[in-house]
Each structure stands twice: as structure tokens, then as C-alpha cells.
Design a protein around this ligand. Structure first.
Ligand code: DAH
Length: 344
């Protein structure tokens, strides 16, 4: 029995010399030391030994077990160390490498421009009013002094849904909605931002859908000079303190008198260049004193109060402010274009 134990020791240690993986090592542990392993197998014969032999053999068996176990544990530790080293080697990071920049979202230039415009008027004590994009003929035209068959309706080719319902062609209907909601109270001081729709073919300067911001002020003794001062403040906030405005007589059915407003050319500062076609001025909005009929339809007495109104295209302001040459850039979602506004 003693010889068999010695043989086991020799063969086990020999086999352990050449073991190459942690898995193979595990198998050898089972083979030699497991419950059904070779050592247990030999020790089954202990029952047949005499009382004197038993402790002697027991001692030898223990020595063989601990010798084999020792080598196995040693090897196991070596394998573990090796694996740790491999992982460390594989997972090293070069902390001197520059980081990968995360792409950051940017506010769309149209939203940015609209927010800037809104900020200027909020600073003057205006509040924001909104109305529906699907509008009635009454609010979009009728109550703005544009009865059916009025020739000025042709200025705004419309998307009709039914005879009486259309996509609003401008933000002016919000003027009427605001006045009617106020029930004759003054002052009224609102701006109305929103999308509008026209039956236009899209090109560099036209779009079937675009954004406007409307303004409306009503109170006792509101005069054209109030309109002019408000607009001058606005353009100087938007385009810089050097910006000037000029008012040209114009026509809108809902204002009388009406004017078109030009701002000093943002490119040449008024000297004349290609952008302003040599005039030194760029048209930016329409405005006027609210027509007495519009005041009446809004629930105000034109003998008691007066008001001014204006309307501008957000795309147009953004084109001028940022020197963009094609309105379609706003809608075609080219990230190379949009990304330029990330840090402005
Ligand atoms: N609603 C006009 C348009 O879309 C713009 C406009 C002009 C609005 C004069 C006004 C105004 O409030 O007074 O062409």
C-alpha cells in the first residue's frame, strides 16, 4: 500500500509538471484528490490493515496528499497571476490620449432668432400671445378688414381646408383673438410668434411654411412715434446700436397709415453693396396704425383708443443677422449648417 502511495505521488507530480491550463489543473485535482480520485481509491484498502500499520500508512497518505495539494495550489496561483497579468496588459489605458468629444446639440437658428426677438419685446413689457395655425377665414381675413373678394387677399395665396377654414397665412389673426379676449381692456401689449402657411413654391427666399412674429399695442393716445421708437429700439438690440430705420409708405388692409420698415444694411452699414442692391437699406417688416375697423371688430372704440401693429418674418431676420443666403438651409437639416450655431 505504501508503494502504491509513493507511485501515486510520483505519477501525480510528474503529470502536474506539464499541466498547461487552469482547466487541466482542475481536472488533475479531481483525478488524484477527488472523492472518486486515485488517492481515495487506495485508501479504501485501509480497512484491511492492522492497527499498527494504519497510522503509518495514514501518515504516508497525508504526506502524499499534501505534497500533491501543495503543487496544485502553487500552480493554480501561478495561473491566476498569469491571467491577471494578461488582463492588465490588455486593459491598459493611455491616459495621455485626448478624449473623444461628445457631440452637443445646438439651438436651431430660427428658434434662436425668435427667442432673441421675443427677449427684446419682453424687456419692453410685452407678453406673448398665441393662436391656432388652422384658422377661420373670419380671423385670418374678415376681422382684419379683408372682406371676401377683397383684392388684397391675393397677396397671400392660401391653403384652404374648407371654404371657411384655412392654414393661417400670417400671425395677424392673433391680433384679433387677443383684442376679443381682452374685452375692451387696455393696455394691450403683445407679440405673437408662430408658423404661417402660403401657397408658394419653395426657393431661396420663399417657403410654403415659415415663421412670423406679430406685434400689437393698444391704449389711449398711442401714436405713430411710439411705433417708430419701439421699432428703432428693436433693431438696435438685434443688429447693434449703429442700426437705423426708415419707414416707407405702404399698404396693408388692417393698418392705416401703413409702412414698410427698412434697417441699415447689415453688410455695408449703409454705404451700398450687393446685399442691399446699392441702397444701403434692407426691408425687414410691415407695420402701421391699427385700422379703426379692426379696432371695432376687436371690441375697441376707435374714438377712445388707438394702436399700432407690426409683423415680421423670423427667417428674414435670421438670414440678415447671420448672413445666410438661402432660406432652405433652415429646413433641410444639414448638420454642417446647424452645427455652426452651437457656440454663437
Ligand atoms: N400680416 C402681414 C403679412 O403677413 C404683415 C404685417 C404688416 C403685419 C403690417 C402687421 C402689420 O401687423 O401692421 O404680410
Amino acid at each position: 500500500m505504501k508503494e502504491r502511495l509513493e507511485e501515486l505521488r510520483v505519477s501525480a507530480l510528474q503529470e502536474l509538471q506539464t499541466v498547461e491550463s487552469a482547466a487541466a489543473l482542475g481536472e488533475l485535482r479531481v483525478k488524484y484528490l477527488g472523492k472518486k480520485g486515485a488517492l481515495t481509491e487506495i485508501l479504501r484498502g485501509m480497512g484491511g490493515l492492522s492497527a499498527e500499520e494504519r497510522p503509518v500508512i495514514g501518515e504516508v497518505a497525508n504526506a502524499v496528499r499534501s505534497a500533491i495539494e501543495g503543487v496544485i495550489n502553487e500552480k493554480q496561483e501561478a495561473f491566476q497571476q498569469e491571467e491577471t497579468n494578461n488582463r492588465l496588459r490588455k486593459e491598459t489605458i493611455d491616459v495621455t490620449l485626448p478624449g473623444r468629444a461628445l457631440p452637443r446639440a445646438a439651438v436651431h437658428p430660427l428658434n434662436k432668432t425668435a427667442q432673441e426677438i421675443e427677449d427684446v419685446f419682453l424687456g419692453l413689457g410685452f407678453s406673448i400671445a398665441e393662436g391656432p395655425e388652422v384658422e377661420t377665414d373670419y380671423f385670418n381675413f374678415e376681422a382684419l378688414n379683408l372682406p371676401k373678394n377683397h383684392p388684397a387677399r391675393d397677396m397671400q395665396d392660401s391653403f384652404y381646408i374648407t371654404d371657411e377654414i384655412l392654414m393661417r397665412t400670417h400671425t395677424s389673426p392673433v391680433q384679433v383673438r387677443t383684442m376679443q379676449a381682452k374685452g375692451g381692456a387696455t393696455p394691450v401689449k403683445v407679440i405673437c410668434p408662430g408658423k404661417v402657411y402660403r401657397r408658394d413654391d419653395d426657393d431661396a427666399t420663399h417657403s410654403f411654411q415659415f415663421n412670423q412674429i406679430e406685434g400689437l399695442v393698444i391704449g389711449k393716445g398711442i401714436r405713430m412715434s411710439d411705433l417708430k421708437g419701439t421699432l428703432l429700439h428693436f433693431v438696435q438690440q438685434m443688429f447693434g446700436a449703429q442700426a437705423q430705420i426708415r419707414l416707407r409708405p405702404s399698404f396693408f388692409p388692417f393698418t392705416e397709415p401703413s409702412a414698410e420698415v427698412d434697417v441699415t444694411c447689415v453688410q455695408c452699414g449703409g454705404h451700398g453693396c450687393r446685399m442691399c442692391k446699392g441702397t444701403g437699406w434692407l426691408e425687414i417688416l410691415g407695420c402701421g396704425m391699427v385700422h379703426p375697423s379692426v379696432l371695432e371688430m376687436g371690441g375697441y372704440d376707435p374714438e377712445e383708443v388707438s394702436g399700432f401693429a407690426f409683423g415680421m418674418g423670423v427667417e428674414r431676420i435670421a438670414l440678415l443677422k447671420y448672413g445666410i443666403d438661402d432660406i432652405r438651409h433652415f429646413y433641410t437639416n444639414d448638420l454642417r449648417f446647424l452645427g455652426q450655431f452651437a457656440r454663437m
